[in-house]
Ligand binder design. Structure first.
Ligand code: HEM
Length: 251
């Protein structure tokens, strides 16, 4: 619960940033906002690429809000129709954003090196497969498997957010771009982080499920303590990302 509350607050800050910066710019007709962070956000004459970016950003907000809603137990218990409807939309939006993201990475060209692109491809594949498996388990009324795959889906779909939070935590610790070049956005730290954004949350979830379901008392305490430490680190990264990355772009 502690982890969920901290994560959702941080994800809503990310959604607010996307809405204010990109949504606000679009409403004002100011296309320069699309290049405020992305080198190739808006490129004159590239209608398909620009449309992919616009849809990507709109879906990003829907995914963040949808994901947060899906994990609230009250919604699942008292408004199952809402859970089902949001769930279908959430999965479709995540599949679309992943396919669009792959187009931006491999066809249009994005920041980062090929290792980071492979890591993004892993993230996109995990989003799509976990989403489909969560949906299939729900259709088969296998709610135990549905819960497991839905949690994996939520964490994979939060991968790009983990990347930003992890990056800001790292910068707060080292006070400089250690292990990467800030100009090219390449380097061993960023390549590792690009894989870690998918692998670490999923590994921690497996540990959590094991502790919750089969482990003894002592193992449960150790896993709970590890989760508290990771949640504190995540909270510091969220504060860093909010103050250093998102709020300055909202002004
Ligand atoms: C599923 C949740 C996702 C969210 C919430 C999300 C959100 C965003 C946001 C907000 C941006 C604009 C950059 C910024 O202002 O920080 C962006 C750009 C981008 N996203 Fe995503 N995204 C998601 C998934 C993906 C996936 C799965 C991929 C790759 C397969 C991807 C690839 C990209 C690329 C290539 C850019 C352009 C970055 C550049 O300038 O090179 N995204 N995304």
């Amino acid at each position: 619960m502690l982890w969920y509350v901290v994560a959702v607050v941080g994800q809503l800050m990310f959604a607010l940033y996307i809405t204010v910066l990109y949504g606000g710019g679009a409403l004002r007709g100011d296309l320069t906002v699309f290049n405020a962070v992305m080198p190739k956000g808006y490129v004159q004459g590239d209608a398909l690429g620009n449309a992919t970016v616009f849809v990507h950003l709109a879906l990003a907000v829907a995914i963040i809000i949808g994901g947060a809603l899906q994990l609230i137990p009250w919604v699942r218990k008292h408004a199952p129709w809402l859970h089902r409807r949001v769930g279908r939309t959430y999965i479709m939006a995540a599949v679309l954003i992943s396919v669009g993201g792959l187009y931006l990475v491999w066809v249009r060209g994005a920041v980062g090196d090929v290792t980071q692109h492979i890591a993004s491809t892993l993230n996109a594949s995990l989003i799509v497969s976990c989403g489909i498996l969560a949906w299939r388990a729900a259709r088969a009324s296998d709610f135990d498997q549905h819960r497991r795959w839905a949690l994996r889906f939520f964490l994979s779909a939060s991968g790009v957010w983990f990347f930003r939070v992890g990056l800001m935590l790292w910068l707060l610790i080292f006070r400089r771009p250690a292990g990467f070049d800030a100009k090219t956005f390449e380097g061993p730290f960023l390549s590792t982080l690009a894989f870690a954004e998918s692998i670490v949350p999923l590994a921690m979830l497996q540990l959590y499920l094991w502790a919750h379901e089969t482990a003894g008392d002592r193992a449960q305490v150790i896993v709970a303590m590890l989760l508290v430490v990771l949640t504190c680190a995540m909270a510091v990264g969220i504060v860093g990302a909010t103050l250093g990355m998102w709020l300055p772009k909202m002004r």
